[in-house]
Design a protein around this ligand. Sequence first.
Ligand code: C5P
Length: 400
Amino acid sequence: MLKGKNIILGVTGSIAAYKAAYLIRGLVKRGAKVQVVITPAGKEFITPLTLSTLSGAPVISEFFSNRDGTWNSHVDLGLWADAMLIAPATAATIGKMANGIADNMLITTYLSCKAPVFVAPAMDLDMFAHPSTQQNLERLRGFGNRIIEPAEGELASHLTGKGRMEEPENIIRILEHFFKEKEDLQKKKIVITAGPTYEKIDPVRFIGNYSSGKMGFALAKVCAERGAEVILIAGPVAELISHPNITRVDVESADQMYEAAMATFPDANAAILCAAVADYKPIHPREEKIKREVSGELSLQLTPNKDIAASLGAIKKDNQFLVGFALETNNEEVHAIDKLKRKNLDFIVLNSLREKGAGFRYDTNKISVIDKDGAVSHYPLKTKQEVASDIVDKLATLLL
Ligand code: C5P
C-alpha cells in the first residue's frame, strides 16, 4: 500500500521525536520515500543525522541551506507529497498550523501541501486537555486534516493520561489503511450537488437559505481522495476546493443546478444530492430593482422548483445509485423514508436540526442513514469530514 508513496514526515520538539526514527524505518521498509522536515526545536530532541541516515535523504529544516545557499522549496515539496505526517506534533506546532503562522519550514510546507495531512499530537496530559489545544485540533479537523489521537499512558513527566503519541506501527497502519481506501472508487464517476440555491427576486435580491456547502464539499473531497472522478455542482458558497479529480461547476439557481445535474448524471455511477435546493422561485423576477416607495406592500408569487433528486431518480438505471439528504424538524424518520421512496433514492442521510452541532454552517454533523429496506443506522457526532467518510463507505459498498 505504501510502495512508491512520497511521504513528508514533519518532526517537532517533543520527547517523542525519537519515535520518528521508528516511523521512518517502518515507512521505508514498506517502500515509501520519506522526506523529513524538522523544526528548530525538533533538532534538540533528535539529530538530523539519525533521521537522514534512516530516510536516505538530507533532512530539511531551514528555508536556505547554510552551506551553499540553495533554496528549499516548500511549494515543490508540498506538491511532491502523497501524504504529510506530522509526528510528533507539539501544542506549539498544532497552534501554528491552526492559525497559519508560517515561521518555519515545517509550517510553510504544511501550508503548501495539497496532499492529505495526518497529525499525531504528543504532549503532557494537561497541555493536551487545554481548551486552546482542543480548539486548535478542532480547527485542524475542520480544514480536513486527520488527527491521530494520542494514547493514554505514562508520559515523559511520569504522569499518566492522554498525550502519548500513537505508536509508530499504529500510525503506519493508519496510513496504509488510508492508501488502501484510496483505491476503492477508481474509475467511478460521482456527481455531487452542494450548497444553497439563490432564486432571483430582482437584480439585487434573492431567496436563499443557510446552507454553507461544507457537507457537500467534504463529500467531494473524500470521493476524490478515494480515486473517483467528481463533478461538484455548487450553489453560491464561500468554500474552496482543489483536487485533480474534482471538476467544479458553479451554479446559482435551482434551474441551473437541475440542468447541470441532468447533463452529468447519465454516465455517472452515482449522485449524492447534498444541496439545499430552494423549493420555490419567484414566477416573475423583476428586471429592475424593486423600490419600496413605488411598490408599497408587496407580494411575491412563487412557483415550485424542479426536484432534482426526484428527476434523477426517475431516469436512474439499475447500475446507478442515488443518495439524498433530509433535514427535518419533526417526525424525522417518517419524512425521510417518504422522501427516499418518492425520489427513488438508494439511501438517505438524515440530519436533524434538533441535534446540537448538526446541520447548517457547523463543522460537525450527526447523521442517521436510512436504507431502501427501512433499516436505520445512527452515527455519533463527528466532523463533516468524518461523516463524509461514513457516507462514502456506505456508497462504496453499493458501487463495488
Ligand atoms: O424534499 P427535500 O428538499 O427535503 O429533499 C431533500 C433531498 O432532495 C436532498 O437530497 C436534496 O438535495 C434533494 N432535492 C433536490 N432538488 C430539489 C429539492 C431537494 O435535489 N428541488
